[in-house]
Design a binder for this molecule. Structure first.
Ligand SMILES: Cc1ncc(COP(=O)(O)O)c(C=O)c1O
Length: 406
């Protein structure tokens, strides 16, 4: 052996070029977390072939773990025709919504959006996209005539939320679809508070569905992410904008989100059933002025929800957020949240633990716009605890409120 052949590589080289483990011969049942942000090719021809197909794996561009999560949500939202639905995953719900609006709007285009609307989305439209010449109109979607009145010749997107916090307003997706088709606009639906276990807007005419995936899809308050699903041609355009703007989901978060999907029906069905019992019980308390929950017959979206939302042996699934407004003003809302012992004071929704937040603090109330509930309102995101324990906790908190003359 020549001296040259025997020469060992330096310790730095050897540490960097460690032996790679072979690809396993068995298919993993759990989703592998592909953390690699750089991917090698056997030769330049193979690199050209992969890039030519637009299938590159590269940190920001595509990753097998994030793609698996997006495809999984596409299959759940597109249950009726999974082959016609594709998905893209994003670093957060706002990154997902921003990519949708940047892909399908341009300077001079107009968007119609609802009130109430998630505050981050309202801010994106009014504070950011407005600087790039995007025009917007807001309407209470409870009356479709107001939506029709808000349409302009340059309307390109009708934006809706299946369930809008804090009033838990229910969007008439089929009615909005007809208006969108007539206007030549896309119907984009944020279905974060519904999840595909409650409603699949694509089956009712939506073109694209977006989620803050960290809420119910992940379901354990331990990761961030967003996702958009819809027609493959629209999703292909969205992918280009994601690549150019960089709001890519990390593989670790994608793993947690994808794992959460496996228990999504179990969690959401149980949360909806608990929310129904909780809302009905709390509505009877003398300190409560108003309860916003579509499962209650007096809620303006009750009949619509019965038509649009899925049901099972436990009845119709009306979502798992309940907004309670006690008598009294701001102070009553503060006193109610502070008196809770089991329920955590926390923003966000969809995790295993029940959370209470005041819409006045959360992103639900657009600046200058009404949230639809008063200053005393408290939104409960129902978790997986036993319904009796939650009812006892909120009852003792309501019992502790000073009597109010209204
Ligand atoms: C309905 C809705 N849409 C979008 C978002 C934004 O999602 P993210 O916080 O993941 O950016 C949220 C956040 O709470 C939300 O509630």
């Amino acid at each position: 052996m020549s001296r040259r052949a025997r020469r060992r590589q330096g310790e730095n080289t050897r540490s960097v070029h460690l032996p790679a483990s072979p690809m396993p011969q068995q298919a993993p049942l759990g989703l592998p977390v592909w953390r690699s942000s750089a991917w090698g090719f056997a030769d330049s021809a193979r690199q050209a072939e992969v890039f030519g197909d637009g299938k590159s794996a590269h940190g920001r561009i595509d990753n097998p773990t994030t793609a698996a999560f997006a495809a999984a949500v596409a299959s759940l939202e597109g249950a009726a025709a999974p082959e016609d639905v594709a998905g893209q995953a994003f670093a957060s719900g706002m990154a997902a919504i921003n990519a949708v609006l940047m892909t399908f709007l341009r300077a001079g285009a107009h968007i119609v959006a609802p009130t109430p609307l998630y505050g981050g989305t309202h801010s994106l439209i009014t504070n950011v996209l407005s600087r790039f010449g995007v025009e917007a109109g807001f309407a209470d979607y409870g009356d479709l005539a107001r939506v029709r009145a808000a349409i302009r010749p340059n309307t390109k997107i009708i934006y809706a939320e299946t369930l809008s916090s804090p009033t838990m307003a229910v969007a008439d997706i089929r009615g909005l679809y007809r208006i969108a088709r007539g206007a030549g606009a896309l119907l984009v639906v944020d279905s974060t508070f519904a999840t595909p276990v409650v409603c699949r807007p694509l089956e009712h005419g939506a073109d694209l569905v977006v989620h803050s995936a960290a809420r119910y899809l992940g379901g354990h308050d331990d990761c961030a992410g967003g996702v958009v699903v819809g027609r493959p041609d629209l999703i292909a355009r969205l992918r280009e904008v994601r690549i150019d703007t960089g709001g890519t989901l990390s593989p670790d978060d994608a793993f947690l989100l994808r794992r959460g999907l496996e228990t999504l029906p179990l969690r959401v069905r149980r949360m909806c059933a608990t929310a129904m019992v909780f809302a009905a019980a709390v509505a009877k308390h003398p300190a409560v002025r108003r309860v916003d929950y579509p499962g209650l017959p007096g809620h303006p979206g009750h009949q619509l929800a019965r038509h649009l939302f899925d049901s099972g042996p436990e009845g119709t699934r009306y979502g798992a957020c309940v907004t309670i407004t006690p008598y009294g003003g701001h102070g009553a809302g503060v006193a109610l949240t502070d008196a809770l012992k089991l329920v955590s004071i926390a923003t966000s929704a969809g995790g295993t633990r029940t959370k209470a937040t005041r819409p006045a603090f959360a992103g639900d109330r657009p600046p200058g716009g009404g949230s639809g509930t008063g200053a005393a309102a408290v939104r409960f995101s129902i978790g997986l605890e036993d319904a009796e324990d939650l009812i006892m906790d909120v009852t003792q908190a309501l019992d502790s409120l000073p009597e109010s003359d209204g």
